[in-house]
Ligand binder design. Sequence first.
Ligand SMILES: [Zn+2]
Length: 301
Amino acid sequence: MAPDRSVAEEYLRREVIAAALLRRADETGGYVSRDELKAFMLPDGSVERLVDPGGGGIWNPSGYIATLAIVTSPDGPYPDREIEGGLLQYSYQKGPEGGKNLKLRRAMELGLPVIRFNKVGPNAYLPIYPVFVIEDNPISREFTLTVDDVLRSIPVGHELTPMERAYAARVVQQRVHQPAFRARVMLAYGGLCAVCTLKHPKLLDAAHIIEDGQPGGDPVVTNGLSLCKIHHAAYDRQFMGISPDYVVHINTDLLLETDGPMLRHGLQEMHGRALTTPTRRQDRPDPARLEQRFARFQAAN
Ligand SMILES: [Zn+2]
């Protein structure tokens, strides 16, 4: 067993691991596979295991003073729930009294950030970092987590003002929900544009069919489309529509224009093309939502 590092060394090590993880996730559209996490290669060539081989939610590698990473899975044994103030509750891992939870408590005491892996698919984990443990609730057997440095400084239980509440909601939206939506959409579409099949996740967005905040605008895969930047913008500005039968339509005026290759190949030639949809039927775009959105495209044309 390796000797424990100092807290400062351990903090730095976490920063290095997290930076490499986030870079890797950026290449795929937001997730890292479980196989990669079992032996994750760091920039200095060293290899680090980032998940518990036993499948537990809390990963305490030997030589580490405190928990390095936790897994949350919406359908697994370690779900977490959101409470007011942009905070997340994380259940104790079952097992002997204390057990693996002791080192997560240690992360709280030392102020060491942990990596949170959100399971977004059978073999896909979205990394979020830094995540801080700010409270331990032995009665409900839960830890309270925050993804934000500012929220970390607000005492738990403090009644938030409407402005603070709006800030907390926005932080969770940006740091937790939006990345999870993106990762799930990228995963469903295999990292390609549903319109032109451009296969480059760094040039792709997870577009909403019904906009966020509108009724039906939930961050679910069936309300999403994987679109390249140009097709996302064209969709949002009504230059392009997608009918409920999964066919691409280009604005009539745009079809009649003459311009360079981007207009011709990138837009005009997409007219009438069949949308490339996810392999899994349950991930395909919801026709009712497409219809609602398509009506707006038709009205604008
Ligand atoms: Zn495209």
